[in-house]
Design a protein around this ligand. Structure first.
Ligand code: G1P
Length: 289
């Protein structure tokens, strides 16, 4: 089987209740970090990793995402008339090619495993990526690109991992680690959101996956796990032994944008890292600390 990773799934069906009222009429994935929506960071990360087909698993109230990844005729025409060529080029740079974006609706909030399963026919029989836009990663080489680089050596299933404080294990899928060379960790077991006393380690799954299409056969069963949801973690755990499974300790800083403080911190870090506003952002920040 080819190891080129061409397709990526973006599960964007979640309600975003943690960000109300901002997400009452707007998808949480459209929340901007500095001036760019979270979902665009994820799409650009995928593009930097060579992804060519973009599959969004959406839900009710998410049409702003479809509009975002389409031409905006009036806007582009106005920019053109005003001679704003740089802005126009920037607006078109990250648009996926026509016919390379697909949207399917999850229809019921049944968990991440179910969201990924909804895209099964759009993925077909080839390895694919999954990116969760809530996990925003500041890195020189995109996190997914680092995974795609490492994938041909190991194949099977691959997840991005990082160590988290033990008191936070309940927020993540947690790895039971085997061989570990400091970069690639063999996954011997995987548990969704264990309490700190039950967690097999502090090595946590971050929302980037490169997966075998055989994962769909496990998701077909629709088994409910933690929180009564169909968990991707459980399907991956069920494949251990049948397919290689590795965690990649990526290089970069990850921000939990599903959390208010994490989102605030992402805004700080991304503003400070920007060549155009970094210095001004630093000066503004200094007056508060
Ligand atoms: C999901 C996964 C979990 C993973 C996390 C990373 O959880 O189920 O295994 O560690 O993403 O952000 P969620 O944050 O959607 O509850």
């Amino acid at each position: 089987m080819s190891v080129r990773i061409r397709k990526a799934i973006f599960p964007v069906g979640g309600l975003g209740t943690r960000f109300l009222p901002a997400t009452k009429a707007m998808p949480k994935e459209m929340l901007p970090v500095v001036d760019k929506p979270l979902i665009q960071y994820a799409v650009e990360e995928a593009q930097a990793a060579g992804i060519e087909e973009f599959i969004f698993v959406t839900g009710r109230g998410k049409t702003a995402i479809e509009d975002h990844f389409d031409h905006s005729f009036e806007l582009e025409k106005t920019l053109e008339e005003r001679g704003k060529t740089a802005e126009l080029e920037e607006l078109r740079r990250w648009l996926p090619k026509p016919g390379r974006v697909a949207y399917t609706r999850q229809m019921a909030p049944m968990g991440l495993g179910h969201a990924v399963w909804c895209a099964r026919d759009l993925v077909g029989d080839e390895p694919f990526a999954v990116l969760l836009a809530d996990d925003l990663i500041l890195a020189d080489r995109s996190c997914l690109a680092q995974m795609v680089d490492a994938y041909p050596e190991v194949r099977g299933n691959m997840i991005a991992v990082m160590d988290v404080p033990r008191e936070h294990t309940k927020r993540y899928g947690i790895v039971d680690p085997g061989r570990d060379d400091g970069k690639l960790v063999q996954v011997k077991g995987l548990v969704e959101k264990p309490t700190p006393d039950k967690a097999p380690s502090t090595c946590a799954v971050i929302g980037r996956y490169v997966l075998e299409p055989s994962v769909f056969r496990h998701l077909d069963k629709g088994t409910r796990g933690a929180g009564g949801e169909i968990q991707l973690t459980d399907a991956l755990a069920a494949m251990i032994g049948a397919a290689p499974f590795h965690g990649l300790r990526f290089t970069g800083t990850r921000f939990d944008c599903g959390d208010k403080v994490g989102f605030f911190e992402a805004n700080l870090a991304f503003a400070l890292a920007r060549p155009d506003i970094g210095a001004a952002a630093r000066a503004a920040m200094q007056s508060y600390v």
